[in-house]
Each structure stands twice: as C-alpha cells, then as structure tokens.
Design a protein around this ligand. Structure first.
Ligand code: MN
Length: 731
C-alpha cells in the first residue's frame, strides 16, 4: 500500500474518532485530539508495525477503543501519544510542554505500566501483578488506555514471532482480561480471552471453531426465532423491552466444557438473551413472564440486582428450557445496569460527566473527587470501592530484586524488611542497599517499582537496633530468632562441656535422649546448658536404682576430683573448675589455689557424701607421749571405718607429739565421728583438720552461706552469658 492511501485511512480514522467523542461529549476539545494525532504521526513516521502497517495505525486503534469506551478527551489524547515516549525520541517533557501536565502524567503512567512484564512461570503471583499494575497506573484512565492498547496488540498478535506471542497471550489471559473483568468492561474481557485462547490453545480453539461453524446457521436461526417469540410475548403484556440474543464467546464455551467435562454435543446453552427494560420493577415482571412461558432450570436463577457482584454488575439471571428443548440463558436488566455491565467503571465516568458540573470538572480532571462522588452514588459502596480504588486500596508496595523478581511488602516497609523477605540470611548479613542503582540506608521506605540490590557481608550480624527499623513481623521474628540462636549456641557449648565431664559422651544413647525428651545430642546439650535438665537427674537415670541423693555423690565420684593440694571432702565448702586433662577439680573454698587464679573460672559446688566412695583428707592429732598411744589412735581410726593413707609424727616441745594422718573418709560427718572418738581418748589433747597451706578457719565459715549453691545451679549459671557470671570477691 502506498503512503498516500495510509494517510487517507488514518485521516478518516481520526475523523471518525473525533465525531464519535462529540456524540457523547459535545464540548470535547477536538482540536487537542487532532494535534495529538499529528504529533504522534510525526513521531512514529519512520516506524512500522510487525503487520507492515504504518505505526500510527496502532495509536489510532487504541484511541478508537477508548472512544468506544466513551472515555474523556485526556484519555483519547493519551491513547494517541501512549507509545511516543517508549518508542521514539519524544520525552515526557516534550509531552508536558505541548499537552500539559495531566496528559504527560497519563502518558508516563502508561509507559511505566508497559514496562511491567509478567512471567508465566509465576502464575501464583498473578493477583499481585494485577494489583501492582493498578498501583502503578495510579489513575484509572492509565489502566483504561493500557487495556485499549493491549486489546489492539492482541488483535494484531498473529504478526508477532511465536515466542513473543505465547508470552503476550498468557499475560493477557492471566493479567489483563481479569483486570478488564474487575473493572466490569465485559466486551474487552471477552475479546481478550478469545484472542488469547486462539494463541495459547490453538488446537482446542481450532476444533471448537470448526464445530461452531457447522452449527452456526442453526444457532443463528434459533436465536432470531427466540428473539421474536420473547419480543412478542413482552409487548403483548405492554412491556417495552429490547431483546438481544447473542452467542456465548468461545473461551467461555471452552471453559464450560473443561469444567464440566462436557463434549461439544452436550452443550445446550450457546445462546444467551438479554432483556433490557426501563426500570427495576419491570425486571422482576419480565422474569415472572419468562418463567411462566418456559420451564426454569432449577438452581439457575440469580438475583444480582438485590445483591450485585463485587465488580458492581447487576442483573437478574435465569435459564429456561425453551422451544425444542433448547436451553436458553436470560439476563434481565435496566439500561443503566446494562451500560455498567458492558463498560464497567467507564460507564460510571460517562454517567457522571453528563451533568454540567462534571463537564466543567472535565477540564481539570480530579479523579479523586470523582471517585468520592461515585462512591456516594454507588449501590454498594464497599464493594465498588474495593474494585476501583487502585492505589488507595492497595496496602502493599511492589518492588523488584535486581533480577526482576517481584516482592509484595506491606506499605511502610523498609529496605531491611525487603532483605529479610528475600531470605533470613540475606537480612542477617545486610550491610546496605542500592535502590534503583543509588545507595540507600536501612530506614528508606520502599516505593512501588523500586528495584533493590541488597549488599551483604559475611562479617555482618544483626543489631538489636534493627528491631526499631523493621516493620514486618517476618523481619522482626528473624532478628529475634538470631539472638535466641546465639544464646542457644552458648548453652550447647556449655552443656556439652558439662556432659563430657559429668558422664562422658560415650554414655549418651537413645535411652538418655528419651529420658531427657530430646531429639538429639545437641538438644540434650542445650537443655543441660540452659539448666532445663538437672545433671543430677540425668545421672540418676544413668545410674538406675540410685536415689537422687546418692547420685549426687556418684556424680561427685565420676565427675569431680578432689584436688590433692587441699584435700576437700564431701560436706566441705568447695569450689571447682575445669582443668585440662584432669576434669572438674574441687578445691576447698579457702585453698590458696582458688585465690591465685582468675575468679571467674570458679564455680560454687554443693558436694554431698557418697555411700561408698572415700576421700583423702588430712588431720593433726595432739597426743601425749605415752607408750602405745599411736597404736590406740590408729585402732580408733580403723574402728571408725576410715583408712590411713599416710602418717607422720612430729615431736613437739614438752609432753606432746603431733600426729599427722592422711585419712580416707566418706565426708565431713564421717570425719566428725572420727574426731569425736579420738577426742574421747584420754591421751588425746586436741584434734584438727590439717591441710597443707591451711587457711584460717574463721574466714571459711563466714563465707559458708554464700557458697551454698547446688551443683544443679551450675548448669543454669552456664546457660547464661559468660559475662553475666557472678564475680567472686577475694577475702
Ligand atoms: Mn501500544
């Protein structure tokens, strides 16, 4: 085709458009539309569509769709200009200078929405994408232009390469047709669905087309016959009504066959009828007449007048068995219900712009104000609001990773929330971010469409300050969990240490885990480390048959070693510490060793007697130098069931000797009995504990009460942070 004839066609198209808009907006600024056409034709002059058409034919088709939707001048101008910024050298500033701020904003919106691409592998996010498109659109008219644009692209999709065709068809089916449905623009939805269906399931589409072609004559005859019957019946009753028969669109037939597992021959309701009357009471009157004429199909009557659909749709719907057992669906509605059902939100806009005040507003379109007015007139404000409020009702912000993955986060979320939304580890290691390529801090609040790159470092760990920054429960929980996890690791380490020295790792078998109600050894370590399980209880279980008190001493036996520098015995006030290669060594609390080393390593221990074990300790007996006195003393010790491990004799001035014994005794009680027996001997002047590096006794007793901690507090103490550990005072 030569350029001249294209020009003639496009000129006649723009004339058609301006004529059409004048039919519903008599004062429409046609001059602005013409200027936009000339500007767009010039900008796209060197471009052609895949079809071979001059590019300007596309914006013209979009503008035509927009006047079919009876939209305002700004929308139609935007339709003409919508691809100039994306595809030509024209900038938004150029548009603003020539066509004003409002149209520049609309064109910018369409350009932005056009950059959002839905990837079919992410079907589950389709609803988020729809919301995001609505949020990005900001102004409902942006969305209308986008739908008009997509509709024409679908009509010319067969010129595109196969790969692109699939993507665009799926996106249309998943995103744009449901959007059109949501906005109540029924015809756009149906056309989009049929066009997408042809590309997504070509075989099914082809098969259905062929079967319909065979039947089309019969269906058309049936349709016009039924139209005649219904029209006649209604006029006989004095009801003025338009009766329109229509074929169901292909995709809805296909869906029905799929959903109900029907063959083509099993479908009886190819045709639907619409009866349009003047007012609501007439709707119910017509319903009654049709039901008395033909037998209704049970369960198929729906009153969407009393209870409109969420997108605002209103009608009475029924299905009846018509002549020749032909099943027919009937929709009954008023003219305004019909307009809404066909054009959705657009019809509301037109309806309002009919009155002079709204026409005046049109010069300076205030969407929000109009919306408020719409809400006041809507039959069901709540549902209407939900469907048209766009940006306002969207509680989320939609942002992307650097790779283009979409994330929906609550309004007010920060970059740190985003990092945690990607992955807990990404959050924990986050050191900063780049938003749309520029550095931003943790406090930055996310905006729709932000592309975010999270910077991480393996050195980074969460800070408690982050709890004040994050807004999402997920991020908050992750940070708290991290801190709990740190405490847990400390507890595990300490519990493991405790176990190694208490019973030895070899002892841990399933029975122990069952007893401790732990799934694994790590859990056992943690439980011990936190003090949730007493070491003594565990040992009582390990040494079955022993009482808890006897276990305390067997614990002492297995676990604790009395140090050989001060020879403490059970019942003494002792402290202990772990020593490499020796285990847990107990010292007398007053032993100089205790004061020589770091106070923080000493742990108070309540060391109780064992029934069988014997412990070494030293005593000094002052005895008169009498013949046979040593023999009497050693027999006395033996009678008290103590062993003598070592003995030294030291002559003192005068008649006394000091006898130093290293005894093996059970505990302090046992030693006290020995002392008592010895003191009862006539030649014994005095008996006392003798420990190498003896400390004054008075100091030891003064500290006794503060030392009375049980060994079980050991675990609890360790479970806390090392820093929290009580510091010992030196006397
Ligand atoms: Mn376009």
């Amino acid at each position: 085709m030569v350029l001249g004839s294209y020009r003639r066609i496009s000129m006649s198209r723009i004339f058609e458009i301006t004529q059409q808009i004048k039919s519903y907006l008599p004062k429409a600024d046609v001059e602005l539309i013409n200027r936009a056409y000339v500007f767009a034709a010039h900008a796209h002059a060197r471009q052609r569509r895949s079809s071979g058409d001059l590019y300007i034919m596309h914006p013209l088709a979009v503008a035509k769709n927009l006047v079919d939707l009876k939209l305002d001048v700004s929308s139609v101008v935007t339709g003409l200009l919508h691809d100039t910024v994306e595809d030509t050298h024209v900038t938004i500033t150029d548009i603003e200078q020539r066509f004003g701020e409002e149209i520049a904003r609309l064109v910018d919106g369409v350009t932005k929405v056009g950059k959002i691409h839905f990837r079919s592998s992410e079907h589950k996010k389709a609803e988020n994408f729809r919301k995001m498109i609505m949020a990005t659109a900001q102004d409902l008219r942006v969305l209308m232009v986008k739908l008009a644009d997509r509709l024409h692209n679908m009509e010319t999709l067969h010129f595109m390469p196969e790969r692109k065709r699939q993507r665009i068809a799926i996106e249309t089916m998943e995103i744009y047709a449901p959007l059109a449905h949501r906005l109540g623009i029924h015809w756009v939805k149906q056309r989009m669905e049929d066009l997408a269906f042809a590309h997504i399931e070509p075989e099914a589409y082809q098969a259905l087309s062929e079967k319909l072609a065979d039947k089309i004559d019969f269906l058309q005859q049936t349709q016009s016959r039924l139209e005649g019957i219904l029209q006649e019946v209604l006029s006989r009753q004095g009801i003025e009504a338009q009766v329109q028969g229509r074929m169901k669109h292909m995709y809805s037939l296909h869906q029905k066959m799929q959903r109900k597992h029907l063959d083509f021959d099993e479908i009886f309701d190819f045709i639907a009828f619409r009866v349009i009357v003047d007012d609501t009471p007439s709707c119910y009157q017509v319903l009654g007449m049709i039901h008395s004429l033909y037998r209704p199909v049970p369960g198929r009557f729906k009153d969407y007048i009393a209870l409109p659909k969420p997108n605002g749709y209103q009608s009475l719907q029924t299905a009846v068995i018509g002549p020749d057992n032909f099943r027919i669906e009937v929709q009954i509605r008023t003219e305004s219900m019909h307009k809404y059902a066909e054009d959705g939100v657009a019809s509301h806009w037109l309806y309002k712009s009919d009155d002079p005040k709204a026409l005046k507003d049109q010069q300076n379109f205030q969407w929000l104000k109009q919306l408020t007015e719409l809400l006041q007139t809507a039959e069901n404000p709540g549902e209407f609001l939900e469907n048209v409020r766009l940006d306002l009702f969207v509680q989320e912000v939609y942002v992307f990773t650097r790779d283009g993955d979409l994330f929906a986060l609550p309004r007010g979320s920060t970059t740190l929330d985003f990092a945690y939304a990607i992955h807990t580890d990404v959050g924990n290691r986050c050191v900063g971010m780049r938003i749309n390529g520029e550095h931003a801090d943790f406090h930055y609040k996310l905006c729709n469409g932000d592309q975010i790159e999270v910077l991480t470092s393996t050195e980074q760990t969460p800070s408690r300050k982050w709890l004040n920054i994050v807004q999402t429960p997920r991020a908050r929980q992750s940070i708290r969990h991290w801190f709990r996890e740190q405490e847990r690791e400390t507890a595990i380490q300490l519990g493991e240490h405790l176990l190694q020295h208490a019973i030895g790792v070899d002892f841990i078998h399933q029975g122990i885990l069952d007893f401790a109600a732990c799934d694994d050894v790590e859990a056992l370590h943690e439980k011990l480390g936190r003090g949730d399980l007493e070491v003594t209880d565990l040992l009582a279980f390990v040494n079955k048959g022993l009482s808890k008190s006897s276990v305390r001493s067997s614990l002492a036996h297995v676990f604790m070693q009395a140090s050989s520098c001060c020879y403490p015995i059970p019942g003494d006030t002792v402290v202990g510490s772990f020593e490499a290669g020796k285990g847990f060594l107990l010292h007398d609390a007053q032993c100089p060793m205790v004061f020589k080393s770091d106070a923080q390593r000493w742990i108070d221990v309540d060391w109780n007697a064992s029934s069988d074990a014997l412990y070494k300790t030293g005593i000094e007996v002052f005895s008169q130098n009498q013949r046979g006195s040593l023999g009497l003393i050693t027999s006395c010790v033996s009678e008290q069931a103590a062993n003598i491990a070592d003995l030294k004799i030291e002559q003192r001035p005068g008649a006394l000797s000091s006898l130093y014994f290293l005894l093996e005794v059970q505990d302090r009680t046992h030693l006290a009995r020995i002392f008592k027996a010895l003191k009862a001997m006539p030649h014994v002047a005095k008996v006392r504990r003798h420990i190498p590096q003896q400390m004054p006794q008075s100091q030891a007793s003064s500290r006794l009460s503060s030392m009375m901690r049980s060994v079980t507090s050991f675990g609890q103490q360790l479970g806390q942070s090392i820093k929290d550990k009580t510091t010992r005072k030196k006397p």
